[in-house]
Design a protein around this ligand. Structure first.
Ligand SMILES: NC(=O)c1ccc[n+]([C@@H]2O[C@H](COP(=O)([O-])OP(=O)(O)OC[C@H]3O[C@@H](n4cnc5c(N)ncnc54)[C@H](OP(=O)(O)O)[C@@H]3O)[C@@H](O)[C@H]2O)c1
Length: 271
């Protein structure tokens, strides 16, 4: 037995939202290495194509053994009509999803309450909360009908600990936590598993988007600190999914070694 035991993932079908970049893309490639079929969702079709190519190469690795199928679907999780029509865009053979990774999301701006733009409030709630709920609603019916399945939601340290300039983003991730915790309780009498991954600082496009494309402001977030990588979070997601069926990892709170809370960060590194 290996410590990770990725062999339990072989042949599983994984649907990942926000698979065009960052944590979602890294998760797609790691599940491909484990021999999973993939349904990859995001708005940027060109980026999804690149991730699908990398996942296809990963399918050819020794661990994947039998390869796997990949479907990409250009989809905006905030558009309920697009979410409802999802299955019409997924090949029949991939419609029995085993693992849903609700990852699409992000932060827009660092404005304080009173100065936050309506469009930022709407985008964060529509994506991080309503989009995640829409996908979960769609998949959970199927999971209940098959008495199987695993919902893995990407929360955040921001959902545990509010901070200045993060009011709306923190509120969305607190909502993700509440929704995920309710679902966990609702399916307690089934084999369906529910996991929330709560990362601290991960260096992806996240901060570039938060700072509206200002790369130098985004880089300052990680000054003097070794942040987590998208691959670090992908490992946590795949690890939770690869536990034996009777084991449910309810929450994973994962930080860089030099981050202790949202604002307590040792920028000089370790002693
Ligand atoms: N990075 C961090 O420090 C950090 C920490 C804690 C939690 N998180 C959470 O981790 C998740 C992934 O973030 P990341 O760090 O990987 O950021 P990222 O690199 O910016 O990736 C975000 C992904 O979400 C997708 N997305 C955004 N809006 C979407 C929409 N309306 N419909 C479909 N897809 C959408 C993007 O794809 P398209 O633009 O192609 O649609 C992209 O693939 C988010 O939920 C974020 O809140 C991140």
């Amino acid at each position: 037995m290996s410590i990770f035991n990725a062999s339990r993932l072989l042949g599983k079908t994984v649907l990942i939202t926000g698979a065009s970049a960052g944590i979602g893309a890294a998760t797609a490639i790691l599940f491909a290495k484990a021999g999973c079929n993939l349904i990859l969702l995001a708005r940027r079709a060109d980026q999804l194509e690149k991730v699908a190519e990398a996942a296809s190469a990963a399918h050819k690795s020794a661990a994947a053994q039998q390869g796997g199928q990949i479907a990409i679907v250009q989809l905006d999780v905030t558009d309920r009509a697009q979410v409802s029509a999802l299955w019409s865009k997924v090949p029949q053979g991939l419609r029995n999803v085993d693992i849903l990774v609700n990852n699409a999301g992000g932060a827009h701006g660092i404005d304080r309450v009173g100065d936050i733009q309506d469009k930022d409030i709407d985008t964060m709630f529509a994506t991080n909360v309503l989009g995640l709920i829409s996908l979960t609603q769609l998949l959970i019916k199927d999971f209940k009908a098959r008495n199987a399945g695993h919902v893995i939601n990407i929360g955040s340290i921001a959902g545990r600990e509010p901070y200045v300039g993060g009011s709306v983003y923190c509120a969305t991730k607190a909502a993700v936590h509440a929704f995920t915790s309710s679902l966990l309780r609702e399916v307690v009498d089934t084999p369906i598993r529910v996991t929330e991954i709560q990362p601290g600082m991960v260096e992806t496009e996240f901060s570039i988007i938060r700072y509206r494309g200002d790369k130098s402001a985004a880089d300052k977030v990680y000054d003097g600190l070794q942040p987590l990588t998208a691959e670090d979070i992908a490992e946590e997601i795949a690890w939770a999914a690869a536990r034996p069926p009777h084991v449910n990892i309810a929450e994973v709170f994962v930080l860089p070694a030099n981050q202790a809370s949202a604002m307590q960060i040792s920028r000089g590194g370790s002693k």
